[in-house]
Design a protein around this ligand. Structure first.
Ligand SMILES: [Zn+2]
Length: 400
C-alpha cells in the first residue's frame, strides 16, 4: 500500500514537472524571439516592419484566406493568448508615408482637433478600414503597431462575437446593410423606432507618448447622411471611427511594469504587447460601445448622463463607467468559455485587484449616497465585495 502511494506520488510529480517544463518551453520560445527583436539594431528605412515578419514562428496562424478561422483556432485551442502563435495578414499592411495628421484624408481635422494632435505622423493602413498612426518609428513603436494589429487578429479568430460587435470595421455600408443594422438596433432598444444609425466604419490606432494613461479611446462621429430605409423612411446614418490611443512611453515603462511586476522594462513591455494589449482592446472597445449605442440603450445613456453631471470623463464622472467597463472586460475573460484560453492569471489579477478592487470600487463607494442610489437603481447594479456580485450591468451585450 505504502509503496503504491509512493509510486503514485512520484508519477504525479513527474507529470507536474513535464507539464510545467512544456509550458516554460512554450514561453521561452516566444520570449526569446521577442527579446532578440527588441535588442537588435533597427535597420534604417524598414518601414514595412519586415524585421518583425522575419522573426515569426513557422507555424504562425495567419488569416481566413489561408485556412478557415475555425480550423485555425482549433489548432491552438488549448493555448492562452500569450502563447498563441498568431500572425497578421502581411499582404494587407501598407506604409503610407509621414504627414501632418491634421491633413489626413481619412482621420482629418476633426479627429486631430478632438484629440489635440498637431504634428507629423507615420501612417499605416491595414486593409481598407484600419489605420495606424505612429509619431515615431523606433523599435518599440514598430512592435506596438504590429501588436495592435495582432491583437485585433486574435479577437477576430478567437472571439469573433466580441470582434464583430465591438470592432469589425465596415467601411461605408449599402442601404441594405444599413437596414440590417437598423433592425438589430430596434431589437436591442426594444422600441419601435431608433433615431439614427451608428456604424463602426473605421478603426484608428494612434501611437504617441502623450498623457499619463496607457490607453484611451474615443468614438469619433463621422458626418451624417440621410438614407431611405423602405417603409421606415429616411434615417440619419453616421459612419464613425473607433480611435484607440496608446501611450508608448508609458507602456514601455511603468504602464507594463505595474502589470508584470518584478520584470525588467523590456520584458514587461514584451509581455504587454503579447497579451495585456488584448485586454486593452476589449476594455476600450466597451467604452466605444457605450458611446455607439447610448441612443438605443437606456443604461448606457444613464452612464453618460451621470458622467456629464459630475464634470465629465476627466473628473469624477469617470468612476461609474470605468468600474463597469473594467468589470465587464474582466467578467468576459473570467467566463467559462474564455478562462482557460484568455489572459494569464497575473494579468487578470492585476486588473481585478490593483485596478477594480483598489481603485474603481472605492471611488464608486465614495460617491455621494443620494446620486449613487438613483444612478444605481436605474442601472440595476449593486456593489458587493466580489467581481461577480459587483456592478452587474445586465445589458452590456457580451456579458453572460
Ligand atoms: Zn477605461
Amino acid at each position: 500500500m505504502k509503496r503504491d502511494l509512493r509510486i503514485n506520488s512520484s508519477l504525479i510529480l513527474l507529470f507536474i514537472c513535464l507539464q510545467s517544463s512544456s509550458l516554460a518551453f512554450a514561453e521561452t520560445n516566444w520570449l526569446k524571439r521577442q527579446r532578440s527583436l527588441y535588442d537588435q539594431p533597427l535597420s534604417q528605412g524598414d518601414t514595412g516592419l519586415k524585421w518583425i515578419r522575419k522573426s515569426e514562428g513557422r507555424g504562425a496562424l495567419v488569416t481566413a484566406r489561408e485556412q478557415s478561422p475555425k480550423k485555425q483556432i482549433s489548432l491552438q485551442k488549448s493555448l492562452s493568448i500569450r502563447d498563441l502563435d498568431v500572425s497578421i495578414d502581411w499582404t494587407k499592411l501598407r506604409y503610407d508615408g509621414c504627414h501632418d495628421i491634421r491633413k489626413d484624408k481619412d482621420f482629418g481635422a476633426k479627429g486631430a482637433s478632438t484629440l489635440q494632435l498637431k504634428s507629423s505622423y507615420h501612417r499605416y493602413s491595414y486593409g481598407a478600414n484600419i489605420l495606424v498612426f505612429a509619431k515615431r518609428l523606433d523599435i518599440r513603436d514598430q512592435l506596438l503597431i504590429h501588436a495592435c494589429l495582432r491583437g485585433l487578429q486574435i479577437l477576430k479568430l478567437r472571439y469573433p462575437a466580441v470582434y464583430n460587435d465591438l470592432y469589425k470595421p465596415r467601411g461605408t455600408l449599402s442601404s441594405k446593410q444599413i437596414q440590417t443594422q437598423y433592425k438589430r438596433d430596434i431589437e436591442r432598444s426594444k422600441s419601435a423606432k431608433v433615431p439614427w444609425v451608428n456604424i463602426n466604419s473605421k478603426v484608428v490606432f494612434i501611437i504617441n507618448n502623450s498623457g499619463t494613461e496607457s490607453a484611451q479611446s474615443l468614438y469619433l462621429l463621422g458626418p451624417s447622411k440621410k438614407v431611405k430605409l423602405g417603409k421606415i423612411g429616411a434615417v440619419p446614418v453616421y459612419h464613425n471611427s473607433l480611435v484607440i490611443t496608446l501611450n508608448v512611453a508609458h507602456l514601455s515603462h511603468r504602464g507594463s511594469q505595474s502589470v508584470y511586476t518584478g520584470m525588467s522594462q523590456r520584458d514587461a513591455f514584451l509581455y504587454y504587447i503579447r497579451d495585456g494589449i488584448v485586454e486593452t482592446l476589449v476594455h476600450e472597445g466597451f467604452h466605444c460601445l457605450i458611446s455607439r449605442d447610448r441612443h438605443i440603450n437606456e443604461q448606457f445613456n444613464v452612464i453618460r448622463g451621470f458622467q456629464s453631471s459630475r464634470g465629465g470623463f476627466g473628473k469624477r464622472g469617470k468612476s461609474i463607467e470605468e468600474a463597469i467597463v473594467c468589470n465587464s472586460s474582466l467578467r468576459f475573460f473570467e467566463s467559462e468559455a474564455v478562462k482557460e484560453t484568455g489572459l494569464h492569471k497575473q494579468v487578470f489579477d492585476f486588473y481585478r485587484k490593483a485596478m477594480f478592487e483598489k481603485i474603481h470600487i472605492p471611488r464608486v463607494q465614495a460617491m455621494n449616497k443620494e446620486s449613487r442610489g438613483q444612478v444605481f437603481k436605474t442601472l440595476q447594479i449593486k456593489v458587493g465585495k466580489t467581481l461577480k456580485e459587483t456592478l452587474i450591468l445586465k445589458r452590456l451585450y457580451l456579458e453572460k
